[in-house]
Design a protein around this ligand. Structure first.
Ligand SMILES: [Zn+2]
Ligand SMILES: [Zn+2]
Length: 96
């Protein structure tokens, strides 16, 4: 019984999320890479952050409300102000 991998480095084939190419990865603690190269990794990061930004807005009728800020994470000035006012009111209601 020949043990060809004495250092217990587990290698397996993964498929790049960006270009779909198969590539070899070493299994490491803390996760497995999802892309085959640094370039694909960068593309993936760009894609994810674009999708993330696209999700970060609230429906028009929720603008300027706490819901817009807390539920939709809307970064617009109106929603931020609503959240600020809500926090201030909460603080004012706190028992001394
Ligand atoms: Zn790739
Ligand atoms: Zn908003």
């Amino acid at each position: 019984m020949a043990q060809s991998n004495p250092r217990k480095v587990r290698v397996f084939t993964a498929i790049c999320e960006i270009c779909g190419k198969e590539f070899q990865v070493q299994v490491r603690r803390g996760g497995v890479p999802k892309t085959c190269s640094a370039e694909c990794k960068r593309k993936r990061t760009n894609k994810m952050s674009a999708a993330y930004r696209a999700n970060r807005h609230c429906p028009p009728d929720k603008h300027g409300t706490l819901t817009g800020y807390s539920t939709y994470g809307c970064p617009c000035a109106d929603c931020r102000r609503a959240a600020r006012e809500y926090k201030r009111k909460q603080r004012a209601n706190e028992p001394k």
